[in-house]
Write a protein that binds this ligand. Structure first.
Ligand SMILES: O=C(O)[C@H](O)[C@@H](O)[C@H](O)[C@H](O)COP(=O)(O)O
Length: 231
């Protein structure tokens, strides 16, 4: 395992440092490739980080592509939509001109056609992400790699770039970048806040099957992962 844990005094300090770290990755990728793509998580944790990153004036946002690591299969007006969160918090101010590639591609279910449509949208992504920012649930899921997910084995091994997954703990059906696609990244960051998640992370870093805590698939990938944590 190649996991570095960084702790911050509070959410503001964490958001600032994570935004600076991701911005540096974006800048380096633009310099190397002329374009930079990032994949970010939804949920409740990243709002502050999004606001800080989106205000970064020094980046050429016209060369930045933003997508999600996973999405609930709902349209972007729905309060559960991760695209809605990204639109409202990240793609504002300087970052408003970045290109956003959504994972939800219409309809009620992420059926084969829906996933094919999403995969076609993502064909514009560069080969590597400049940065992938993951979250983690207290059940040990990350992205939409949920314990008990009906396609868990495939999402952890398939090239994707996306696959649908349904799981008891997931609420609505999900679409997620697959693990192989997520791991093609210059920087992989796991953003977790609070004591409960610190304890979940301790457990995930210990022994036990990946299926019980699928975040282990990322932690054990051999790729460097940096954890950003605050109380
Ligand atoms: O769509 C989502 O729910 C996610 O992308 C998911 O993987 C999230 O990162 C974790 O569930 C943590 O969520 P919280 O930040 O809400 O605790």
């Amino acid at each position: 395992m190649d996991v570095e844990r960084r702790s911050f005094a509070d959410k503001a300090a964490l958001a600032k440092e994570l935004a600076e770290t991701v911005a540096a990755r974006i800048e380096a990728a633009i310099e190397r490739d002329g374009v930079a793509a990032i994949a970010v998580s939804g949920g409740s944790t990243p709002a502050k980080f999004f606001s800080v990153l989106g205000k970064t004036k020094t980046l050429d946002w016209t060369k930045v592509i933003v997508t999600l690591v996973d999405e609930r299969w709902v349209d972007e007006l729905n309060d559960r939509s991760n695209a809605k969160l990204v639109n409202e918090k990240l793609l504002q101010g300087p970052a408003a001109i970045a290109r956003f590639l959504p994972l939800y591609s219409g309809g009620n279910e992420p059926d084969a056609d829906g996933v094919a449509r999403t995969n076609a949208t993502l064909a514009d992504l560069p080969e590597r992400f400049a940065a992938v920012v993951l979250g983690m649930g207290n059940d040990g899921h990350t992205a939409s790699f949920f314990p008990g997910g009906d396609t868990l084995d495939q999402v952890l091994s398939d090239e994707g770039p996306t696959m649908a997954l349904r799981a008891p703990g997931a609420g609505e059906p999900r679409i997620t970048l697959t693990l192989p696609r997520l791991l093609r990244a210059d920087g992989i960051y796991l953003h977790v806040e609070g004591e409960e998640k610190a304890a979940t992370l301790d457990q995930a870093l210990g022994d036990g099957p990946v299926e019980d805590m699928p975040v282990r698939a990322v932690l054990r990938s051999g790729q460097p992962v940096t954890v950003f944590w605050c109380p």
